[in-house]
Design a protein around this ligand. Structure first.
Ligand SMILES: *Cc1c(COP(=O)(O)O)cnc(C)c1O
Length: 407
């Protein structure tokens, strides 16, 4: 015994959010789920809500459901995301599409707005692939120039790095608030202010932040933001994304995918396109209603727990995981911030040969993520993860590494 099992038991006993762990469906054979930041686990009520929705709403209301309720879901559910997780007033958030598609719409709208006076887009060379690809495509469409910032792989973007590259040519700065590899939490408030001082717009990707760290989009003056709902919001595989557009920009930005559902009066079906007022203009096609149902359960849970308590537990979970890594895996490199204020909900640890233990870990029911090069990413979703689970998962990893070195 190492004594850490007793620590884990005590942390679980003292955890004010412990009751939420029983509200998720069991996953047979899983000893430790360390990837809730890639795909959140399903709440029990989600299965019931989906079943009820199909029977009562889809079957019961049929086409009447659109007029009675579903048509307004993009903004209504967007407002719920904003209230539970974004620190944003109503009327600025929609739920729609995928994160990739919303990134394209918002980034393209921002670049178009600044064109031709400003033609540079700032982004990080280590940002999530889809973000880079989308912006590369926009640059090619618009003849914009990309300004790549190289970040420390064990940390992430800093205000000083942003200050060094923004200027009179900058149209847009696209950044991830929590870095998908290191878990670095960027100083969004300071960076947003720097970008504004340069006369540019900022677009934050919140995919690894939402439901995990506290956000104050309105107070920070953020222009634009997007994020996933299938990670910490437990929306389920492929659940729709959300987009936030600061109120002051609603009449000034025009997104490029002009569809009937974002038109002023979609059922007029008349000639020409005039965007709907407000954030509704971000919507393009028919809202993915069925895929949004699980998100409602995830948001209920997050609202009940409160993002402040979630963040407190998240810090404790990652701190405990770091203690275990330091004690048990001395030859592993921690490529995540040790400062809890700069550390989001996940950690990446690196060691040559990690790729080879991954299959054995999964076979043993321990499910982390793998990120090239040689990185095991440990995502600790606060509502569904316990301290004993973290202990058990890392203890399996330790045993595998020891037996490999012996063999
Ligand atoms: C998970 C993630 C995405 C995913 O985009 P999809 O369109 O849902 O595939 C995008 N950006 C970041 C930073 C992510 O972490």
């Amino acid at each position: 015994m190492t004594g850490f099992d007793a620590v884990a038991a005590r942390l679980d006993a003292e955890d004010p959010l412990a009751r939420f762990r029983d509200r998720f469906l069991p996953s047979p054979g899983v000893v430790a789920y360390l990837d809730g930041n890639s795909l959140g686990r399903p709440p029990i009520v989600t299965a019931e809500r989906l079943d009820r929705f199909v029977r009562e709403q889809w079957a019961g209301r049929l086409i009447r459901g659109w007029g009675e309720s579903w048509m307004g879901w993009p903004e209504e559910v967007g407002d719920r995301v904003a209230a539970a997780a974004l620190g944003a007033a109503p009327g600025q958030t929609v739920v729609a599409d995928s994160t990739t598609v919303l990134l394209y719409k918002l980034a393209r709208a921002a670049v178009d707005h600044q064109y031709p006076a400003r033609r540079e887009i700032v982004l990080c060379s280590d940002d999530f692939p889809t973000d880079r690809y989308v912006v590369e495509g926009i640059a090619a469409e618009r003849g914009a120039r990309l300004v790549w910032v190289e970040t420390d792989p064990a940390a992430g973007i800093t205000p000083a790095q942003v200050a060094a590259v923004v200027g009179p040519e900058t149209a847009l700065v696209l950044l991830s608030h929590v870095a998908y590899r290191s878990g670095w939490v960027a100083d969004a408030e300071a960076i947003t202010a720097l970008v504004h001082d340069a006369g540019a717009l900022v677009l934050w990707d919140l995919s690894h932040s939402v439901g995990s760290v506290e956000l104050e989009l309105d107070a920070w003056g953020v222009d634009l933001a997007v994020g996933c709902t299938y990670k910490y919001l437990n929306g389920g595989p492929g659940s729709p994304a959300f987009a936030y557009v600061r109120r002051g920009l609603h009449d000034r930005l025009r997104q490029p995918i002009q569809g009937w559902m974002g038109r002023r009066d979609p059922f007029e079906m008349g000639p020409g396109y005039t965007p709907a007022a407000g954030v509704r203009g971000i919507v393009s096609g028919t809202p993915p209603i069925l895929a949004t149902v699980p998100l409602l359960a995830g948001l209920d849970m997050l609202s009940e727990a409160g993002i402040g308590a979630v963040r407190t537990k998240s810090r404790a979970l990652t701190a405990f995981a770091l203690d275990l890594v330091d004690a048990w895996l001395p030859d592993v490199e921690v490529v995540s911030p040790r400062d809890p204020d700069r550390r989001g909900g996940h950690l990446t640890i690196r060691r040559a040969g990690f790729r080879e233990v991954l299959d054995a870990l999964w076979d043993a029911g321990v499910l982390p993520d793998y990120r090239e090069p040689d990185g095991i990413r440990i995502g600790l979703a606060p509502l569904s993860t316990g301290f004993t689970e973290v202990h058990d998962g890392l203890s399996v990893l330790r045993e595998l590494l020891v037996s490999r070195m012996a063999g």
